[in-house]
Design a binder for this molecule. Structure first.
Ligand code: TYR
Length: 254
């Protein structure tokens, strides 16, 4: 006879990878602010990854040591910023996007560096966009991640595709007293050279030049940093080593 009162057998359940959970948190915040979430190619050309982003040939980021080059002269994108160029070439302002995806750097790996990692890139373009809008947006993201009391800090920095440029950190304050400034990413006001490069690409495709005189901000950050703190993962390499003891801890929880 069948005892219908016996409990069922638990079925093995999958779960979201910690990086995808952090991406979902972040894109949720930006979708509520009216942003469109996009993705783009991981194999890029030099023009989109460097040239159009105002990264000159002599910039250290161009060093052969940082970039995985393919035999045909293309490369694995070293950041998600080339999607700024691709999106603006296809779309006219005003726009608000976040880009999610993998990026690659030819570097030695250690507990905080992997040759493949992820970025979330933001781009806002319109009229009279200011640094205050950028700071407010980063602060809103910090509050979405860490609650109403979250603090943000900006320090001057240099990225060729923005002027002025800054690095930003959020104050990560948890009840167990593990508070610290978490260096999250870079940001700044879109450099006029970037808008010019986009208009040049648009013109070559027979599209109108629409970016001259526009203003905008951009930012880029690494979800790995957020996930390592949130889920207490001590080594970035654990995310991608395919060790079921790591990923198995995230099973069955969505
Ligand atoms: N692309 C930069 C990097 O990979 C991050 C960044 C993105 C910095 C957008 C500024 C910015 O406006 O390090």
């Amino acid at each position: 006879a069948i005892d219908v009162t016996l409990p069922g057998l638990p079925l093995p359940a999958g779960g979201l990878h910690p990086i995808n959970r952090v991406y979902d948190d972040l894109t949720g915040i930006y979708e509520r602010l009216g942003y469109t979430v996009v993705e783009g190619p991981e194999v890029e050309d030099e023009h989109h990854n460097f040239e159009a982003l105002n990264v000159p040939w002599y910039h250290p980021a161009r060093d052969l040591q940082d970039t995985f080059w393919l035999e045909d002269g293309r490369l694995l994108r070293t950041h998600t910023s080339p999607m700024q160029i691709r999106y603006m070439t296809e779309h006219e302002p005003d726009l608000k996007i976040v880009v999610r995806g993998k990026v690659y750097r030819y570097e030695a790996t250690d507990a905080t560096h992997e040759s493949m990692f992820h970025q979330l890139e933001g781009l806002v373009v319109g009229d009279h966009i200011s640094m205050a809008d950028l700071k407010g947006t980063i602060a809103e993201m910090a509050r979405g991640l860490y609650g109403a009391g979250a603090k943000v800090r900006f320090q001057p920095s240099y990225y060729p595709f923005v002027e002025p440029g800054a690095d930003f950190a959020v104050y990560w304050d948890n009840p167990r007293g593990e508070s610290k400034w978490l260096e999250l990413g870079g940001c700044g006001m879109v450099h006029p050279s970037v808008f010019k490069a986009v208009d040049d690409l648009r013109e070559a495709q027979g599209k109108p030049r629409v970016y001259e005189g526009k203003t905008g901000f951009a930012f880029g950050l690494g979800p790995e940093r957020i996930a390592m703190l949130k889920y207490k993962i001590p080594d970035i390499r654990y995310f991608y080593a395919n060790d079921p003891r790591v990923i198995g801890q995230f099973r069955g929880e969505l």
